[in-house]
Design a binder for this molecule. Sequence first.
Ligand code: GAL
Length: 366
Amino acid sequence: MSLGTNRSFRPGELWLDDRGVHINAHGGGILLHNETYFWFGEHKIAGEAGNLAHVGVHVYSSRDLYNWKDEGIALAVSDDPQSPIMRGCILERPKVVFNTRRNKFVMWFHLEPKGAGYTGSLSGAAVADKVTGPYQFLRSFRPNAGVWPENVPAETKRPLAAEELARLDKMELGGAPRPYYPKQLLFRRDFAGGQMARDMTLFVDDNGSAYHIYASEGNGTLHISQLTDDFLSPAGKFIRVLPGRFNEAPAMLKWRGPYFLFASDCTGWSPNPARLLAADSIFGNWEELGNPCLGTGAQITNTFESQPTFILPVQGKPEAFIFMADRWNPQNAIDGRYVWLPVEFYHGVPMIAWHDEWNLGFFDKK
Ligand code: GAL
């Protein structure tokens, strides 16, 4: 693993890997393993076609976060038409965690079967013995089938009646201005078959428990769902977070007790104002704190022209977190850019401001 010549982050610029190619790891996340960072993300191709998965999940490694070595394709799409991850599917926001109990690397992602738009709303899981893969695809499914959320009143814990289903079928759930959102119907409709799961992240807590955090219920409601000890399945315990608030692109940060979730509004590839949510415990009462962006005009209204994907704790530096976001380019997907900014705490609340160029020394100055 060679140390290259980059010594800073330049958000929104081309970020070249060790071969001089713009890094291709969109909607990604980073795993620190044996003092090396591994960045996993969506490999995109040129043009609008690049919004579909033609290659798979790309992985890069780095010791210093500035210089990245191409480690190849960690999870490849399949040429088998029977495979759920067939070439041409939608495979988004892959995240990898390390399961110390089994000594396995576990990847989760948002999966939409080929040709069905975003209607599938599935989660995919894959596993590997080696951090860079190859990852073996395990299955795709909707999480939490047959499980009621922890934080709903007992009287709502019943599947939809026929007339409620008929009412729901007549409603338009997407689009702006947003119509009435049926807060108590969607999770009940999906009880038997599993909950919808789109934008997602993974989070491993200090005690080793892992959580899958995904946009559910027609993107209107986030779910935080505990994983089994091997991290391969939902453990059967989940909560709903801010029903009807349409938070997506979740990214988790924990610092000195409280949990913070960065998220976005729901406007497809177009950026929008970010949101910050907080709770004292992961299954606690999540409240919305507002927009975490500092600055003026569009910096605040479009989150520095980006959408969150992950929060990276920097090794060896307390209180050092990097906000990772994507500046999408849906017309030429491969040219999506990376917006990484240092998290700054004000009275214990994480916020972000723009920097044309910065380095990890930023965290030493405080
Ligand atoms: C965004 C989402 C992306 C992708 C896109 C498709 O809202 O965060 O991951 O799904 O919509 O339009």
